[in-house]
Design a protein around this ligand. Structure first.
Ligand code: OAD
Length: 265
């Protein structure tokens, strides 16, 4: 299933960048956004839930929707695709994982060099000054979101909504890495939301090999040098096994980040 030329390119790559989207968490039971029927945006209107205007109009609705998703994410576990990406990080000299996901599953699978382009649903911040708040009360019956302990403004999830800028440092770091990498893996994203979707174009323009992992075609497919038409939880472990045959892969969710062979804790 893995072309030999691709396995050899990954094994020999000096700098690898990975761009992930909601599809890599699908096998952990977290819904994607744009998949027909099962995607969140097939069932909910993003304009009512994921914009600053929506939060201003109905803060409690938006807060509760994210609180529900936060609970689902905390109950989910990283899958074999997340774990295999953490393995790649330990095998190549230079690595960066830029994710559009807000679920924190890459870190829980052992990835360390992670840039969260769209923030994290696990964090909460003040809607006025952006200060992250470590603890908050969230009474179920309350008719408004909890308030910032310092200034009294509503708290909000530390995610990037439509009509908002990405964290400048995060996107700059991802763009620099994309322009300098020799191989980019794009997994589980429809590649429709910019500026994240521009990262593969930057890599390709700079001469990198582009690999798409997605069961379905995307706008990016024509640009890819290799396409693995498979779920990421199957394709990425297979890619790791083909690139480094004979070396067991894994490490497991919540692993210490040591390479395999170092012994399980
Ligand atoms: P999308 O829902 O747009 O795309 C998910 C992609 O994952 C699709 O191309 C699917 O074919 C693919 N997919 C589904 N199951 C998969 C699997 N098991 N393995 C691999 N791929 C699979 O999600 P994103 O591209 O992440 O932004 O969406 C980008 C942004 O739009 C999100 O970060 C979010 C959303 O609105 C904000 O909320 C700002």
């Amino acid at each position: 299933m893995i072309p030999a030329a691709l396995a050899a390119a990954l094994a020999g790559a000096r700098r690898v960048v990975v761009l992930t989207g909601a599809g890599v968490s699908a096998e952990s039971g977290i819904p994607t956004f744009r998949d027909a029927l099962t995607g969140l945006w097939a069932r909910f209107d993003p304009l009512e839930l994921a914009t600053p205007a929506a939060f201003a109009r109905n803060p409690k609705l938006v807060w509760d929707w994210y609180a529900e998703r936060r609970a689902a994410v905390l109950a989910a576990m990283p899958n074999a695709g997340h774990v295999a990406l953490a393995t790649i990080e330990r095998r190549v000299p230079g690595f960066l994982l830029a994710t559009q996901n807000v679920d924190g599953l890459h870190a829980r699978a052992g990835s360390r060099a992670v840039v969260e382009l769209h923030g994290s649903i696990l964090r909460v911040r003040c809607s006025r000054d952006g200060e992250v708040v470590a603890r908050w009360d969230d009474p179920i019956a309350a008719d408004e979101p909890p308030r910032c302990p310092r200034c009294g403004a509503f708290l909000r999830p530390d995610v990037v909504w439509f009509d908002e800028m990405l964290p400048a440092e995060a996107i700059a770091r991802a763009e620099d890495a994309a322009r300098a990498c020799d191989l980019m893996i794009v997994a589980g994203t429809s590649a429709e939301v910019y500026p994240a979707a521009a990262l593969p174009h930057h890599a390709k323009a700079a001469g990198a090999m582009l690999v798409e992992v997605n069961p379905h075609a995307t706008a990016l497919t024509p640009l890819a040098d290799f396409v693995l038409r498979e779920r990421s939880g199957v394709a990425i472990p297979a890619l790791v096994a083909a690139a480094w045959p004979g070396r067991p892969h894994g490490g497991g969710a919540g692993s210490s980040g040591r390479d395999d062979g170092g012994g399980a804790k």
